[in-house]
Design a protein around this ligand. Structure first.
Ligand SMILES: CC(C)(COP(=O)(O)OP(=O)(O)OC[C@H]1O[C@@H](n2cnc3c(N)ncnc32)[C@H](O)[C@@H]1OP(=O)(O)O)[C@@H](O)C(=O)NCCC(=O)NCCS
Length: 295
């Protein structure tokens, strides 16, 4: 089961590409994924969308050995991507993954049995309003306990950091269960001890069978991972999972798997070698076409 636990991260600020290199990297993905990348207008957003999809295909390829062009990634109505499991067998009965992109990083986490949710929030300063105004606008998303922690933690910068950290935990949880915007976030209340020993209450009731991990990456990117029991998955996401009802000891097989450290990857490392060759060939073709049209 351990092979199903993957944590990969790409620093996209380190990837400076020409238009042809971008097209070439996109060409390793199935055609149906291309419009979900090119629909973005800003190049930074296209880059995040491309690396997000490359990571999803690369992790599935790593765990199952399926070639990129045979991988079927679908989305629930709420937008959570998932791998169609029925044709794959039961070595990893609930294989699922979660992607996040914010600031300089795009990352993915996968699990074989538990649900997993990942969220990165970078410490962005509000542009059109002051920090207190920005924080105030987000107050409906926090419980009264969280709100008091946020507003009583010191300077504006401290408050913003506290808010972003809670935010990333909440997003990691809703991404794990796949609910998207359909969840009342003020009812999702996190408790922590200096951002370790993190626990969750929903409507004031302690939630068992969930774990949370939170840390800060360089340039103040706050990263949270949530993992827990599939019975909390959204109804649409449950249909995509292989195994939901199990005994405690069966569940613990997945719950007690050691967490893995994030592996920092480059773009070249997430494209399989055979496709790098094709990718380089298409790059050559693109540059030949480019030369031809300009002469
Ligand atoms: C869906 C949602 C969780 C995405 O989070 P985000 O912070 O905007 O963006 P991230 O980069 O972290 O995540 C984007 C990825 O989430 C995944 N995703 C999209 N919808 C999802 C869902 N319903 N469940 C789980 N994952 C989802 C996708 O993989 C997407 O990346 P991709 O399109 O490149 O494949 C978010 O838009 C949302 O619905 N949040 C609801 C909670 C809320 O209102 N929070 C307010 C602040 S507390």
């Amino acid at each position: 089961m351990k092979r199903g636990v993957q944590r990969w991260i790409v620093d996209i600020s380190a990837w400076n590409f020409s238009p042809s290199e971008f097209t070439s990297a996109m060409s390793v993905l199935p055609q149906q994924e291309h419009s979900s990348i090119t629909r973005y207008v800003k190049m930074e957003d296209r880059k995040r969308a491309l690396v997000s999809r490359l990571l999803q295909y690369a992790v599935v390829h790593e765990v199952f050995g399926i070639p990129f062009d045979k991988i079927m990634i679908k989305r629930t109505v709420e937008g959570k991507p998932y791998l169609e499991l029925d044709k794959i067998g039961h070595e990893f009965p609930n294989f699922n993954f979660s992607v996040s992109h914010h600031g300089d990083f795009v990352a993915i986490a996968s699990e074989p049995l538990c649900l997993v949710g990942l969220d990165i929030v970078s410490h962005v300063l509000p542009v059109k309003e002051t920090i207190p105004e920005f924080i105030e606008h987000l107050s409906p998303y926090f419980s009264s306990t969280e709100w008091s922690k946020i507003t009583n933690c010191g300077t504006c910068d401290n408050m913003l950091e506290e808010l972003y950290r809670y935010w990333s935990l909440k997003e990691a949880f809703v991404k794990a269960i796949g609910s998207g915007l359909g969840y009342s976030l003020d009812a999702v209340e996190f408790h922590h001890c200096n951002w370790t020993n993190i626990s969750l209450k929903i409507h004031g009731k302690e939630v068992r069978h969930w774990r949370f991990w939170h840390f800060v990456l360089r340039k103040r990117h706050y990263v949270s991972i949530a993992w827990g029991h599939p019975h909390m998955a959204s109804e649409s996401y449950k249909k995509a999972l292989g195994w939901i009802d199990f005994e405690e000891d069966e569940y613990n097989m997945g719950f007690d798997l050691p967490d893995a450290n994030f592996k920092l990857k480059t773009i070249e490392q997430i494209i399989p070698n055979c496709l790098v060759l094709e990718c380089n060939q298409s790059l050559r073709i693109i540059s030949m076409v480019g030369n031809f049209s300009t002469t």
